[in-house]
Design a binder for this molecule. Structure first.
Ligand SMILES: [Zn+2]
Length: 163
């Protein structure tokens, strides 16, 4: 997604509206692959007298990753707001700043950064996901006769109650 800022450059101080969609590559976050749907992005931009463009707006998308508890598919609504200045003629390789050349603002790095910033620390398939042990109600029942480590203790407690 690119913003054509020709008009803004010709009219510093005038605000222009934009909206669009930005694709984002899969992200690796603490060992998990997070897939992010195309981001819906909208906002405004404005040039100053020196051709530096302030871009503000918001993004919205859905991110997908394995549930932190049970590894089933989980997703999270992602929203974030941004307010950045793109330096005219700045070094596009400099990751400390946003920069552009010519009359087009590249939005990919900004949208990716702000989407990743808004990712949850843990994805959960649902708020009360209990994790592995209760995941499958059809899990095979334990065969009788198998000794649980705490079965003896349980027996002791029950015996105590009877005393
Ligand atoms: Zn889960």
């Amino acid at each position: 997604m690119k913003l054509d800022v020709s008009d803004a450059l010709a009219h510093p101080g005038r605000e222009y509206h934009f909206s669009g969609s930005q694709a984002i590559a899969d992200q690796e976050v603490s060992g998990d692959i997070v897939r992010i749907d195309d981001c819906a992005v909208e906002g405004t931009f404005m040039s100053d007298e020196d051709g530096n463009i302030s871009v503000r707006g918001k993004l919205r998308t859905i991110a997908h990753a394995p549930c932190a508890n049970c590894l089933e598919d989980a997703s999270a609504d992602i929203e974030n707001e941004f307010d950045e200045v793109f330096r005219r003629g700045g070094d596009p390789e400099d990751i400390e700043i946003f920069a552009y050349e010519g009359h087009e603002i590249p939005m990919d790095r900004l949208v990716m950064s702000y989407a990743v910033m808004a990712l949850p620390i843990r994805f959960l398939c649902r708020e009360d996901c209990p994790g592995f042990e209760y995941r499958d109600p059809d899990v095979a029942p334990v065969e009788p006769g198998i000794q649980y480590p705490f079965a003896g203790l349980q027996q002791l407690l029950e015996n105590n109650e009877e005393v």
